[in-house]
Write a protein that binds this ligand. Structure first.
Ligand code: IMP
Ligand code: MG
Length: 425
């Protein structure tokens, strides 16, 4: 098994970071291919909390190299802050084990201000993380964006900033009554950051090609989740990158075939920000799940909305990510509940609907639920073939037509069980 992807199967925060970290011993290279520091991947190691935003979660092991691919949008200041923080926590991080594609786009102060100004206005509030992700991807597509390598050339950088400033300042000033930092201020800031970033730069294409020639095993670490995909998600309440299969190909490049696409599925559903959420809970059970599951954003600290597992949404996610297996996380959070529900299908316009699809009217859906008996922590540690956990996991396999390859039952690295050990060989 050489190329494996870990993708979020819901609206993000499924526990991909922990999974990536746990799989890292079996791989040589870990690649982030989309998103930016809107992501927050939390890993607990021996009681120590480590959060990564841009740096691949595989960085905690000595033998691997992490690549931030060209499909990622990078706020260089946030990246340095993260690198320094990781180092202060004892993580060995240098230009030897962290590589950054020089083709990745740069998030400037203008992008952040525009993102925040739009969110502050009332016309279309998306509940973004305010990190400038959307405006940066916009400029990538409009071909006005800065590539990381531009930070190394003061003349090129100035020219590109002038173009950006002209456009963004008109928008920000006229529409939102705010002011941008001047071109010279931004030039000074970004040029200084470019000098610091230079040692980490590489050509992502050549790096991955070389890795393939050397038969290296590559793990692709997704950020956000399938339903936040800019093309396939619950548009417009989505992020600005492809969080599904396509993002791997356009954000990093794959050499050889992909062997596995594993979807990470939280045993319930959460979402941060605005947008439809068919199985959302507005009662004490939802509150309890959020409390026990510590459902607060790792990036923004925002409270996450909580609801039951949603099979029509998962069937859709399985298709758009070409999932070959799923990993179920946070099963421990549900141990205290009397009953655990899952949405088996929706009632939609008088019909039974098994799968969500993009053109659906989300506000016309009525989720139909099935109840399961809850399991104990002991069941999770030592699962029994005839126990309630097995009933639940078998049901998931039957509904999604893919194996449950593992499950996680606590934040620590050790609180994880692989059910199909052959896959890691
Ligand atoms: P943006 O990615 O900051 O533009 O935000 C767009 C939407 O995606 C908002 O609803 C965010 O809350 C959501 N989002 C972005 N990144 C994450 C993530 O890592 N986990 C969960 N939701 C996210
Ligand atoms: Mg997260």
């Amino acid at each position: 098994m050489k190329n494996v992807a870990i993708v979020g199967a819901q609206w993000g925060d499924e526990g991909k970071g922990k999974l990536t970290d746990s799989l890292t011993p079996h791989f040589d290279v870990i690649v982030r291919y989309q998103g930016g520091n809107n992501a927050g991947h939390t890993i607990w190691v021996d009681g120590k909390k480590i959060v990564t935003h841009l740096v691949p979660s595989g960085i905690l092991y000595d033998h691997t190299v992490g690549l931030i691919g060209q499909g990622v949008v990078i706020d260089p200041q946030a990246l340095f802050h993260e690198i320094e923080e990781l180092k202060s926590l004892g993580v060995k991080l240098s230009e030897k084990n962290l590589k950054i594609s020089q083709q990745a786009n740069v998030i400037t102060a203008y992008h952040q201000l525009l993102d925040q100004a739009r969110e502050g206005a009332s016309d279309l509030k998306l509940g973004t993380t305010g990190k400038g992700i959307g405006p940066c991807y916009e400029d990538r597509a409009s071909r006005r964006g800065l590539k990381i390598q531009d930070l190394l050339d003061e003349v090129v950088l100035k020219k590109k900033l002038q173009v950006l400033h002209k456009e963004k300042s008109a928008l920000i000033k006229d529409l939102y009554q705010k002011t941008l930092p001047s071109v010279d201020e931004e030039l000074k800031r970004l040029f200084a950051l470019g000098k610091k970033i230079a040692p980490y730069l590489c050509d992502g294409f050549l790096f991955l090609r070389e890795a393939a020639l050397q038969n290296k095993k590559v793990l692709y670490e997704g950020a956000q989740g399938a339903l936040l995909d800019v093309d396939y998600g619950t548009y417009p309440y989505v992020t600005s990158s492809n969080t599904t299969l396509a993002g791997i190909y356009n954000g990093a490049g794959v050499f050889g075939k992909m062997d596995e696409f594993w979807g990470v599925v939280k045993a319930y559903t959460t979402r941060v920000g605005e947008g439809p959420f068919p199985t959302e809970l507005f009662d004490e059970t939802g509150e309890k799940i959020g409390r026990v599951g510590a459902e607060f954003g790792a990036t923004t600290g925002r409270k996450r909305r909580c609801g039951w597992l949603d099979f029509p949404a998962l069937r859709y996610a399985r298709e758009i990510c070409h999932m070959t297996g799923v990993i179920i996380t946070k099963l421990d959070v549900l141990t205290d509940l009397d009953e655990i529900k899952v949405c088996t299908h929706y009632e939609y316009k008088g019909q039974k609907l098994d799968i969500l699809y993009p053109g659906i009217n989300f506000y016309d859906l009525k989720p139909v639920f099935l109840s399961f008996k809850s399991w104990s922590l002991e069941d999770l540690k030592n699962p029994k073939a005839d126990g309630p956990l097995n009933t639940y996991l078998s049901y998931i396999e039957k509904q999604l037509h893919v194996p449950v390859v593992g499950y996680s039952y606590g934040p620590d690295r050790s609180e994880l069980k692989w059910l199909k050990s052959f896959i890691l060989e």
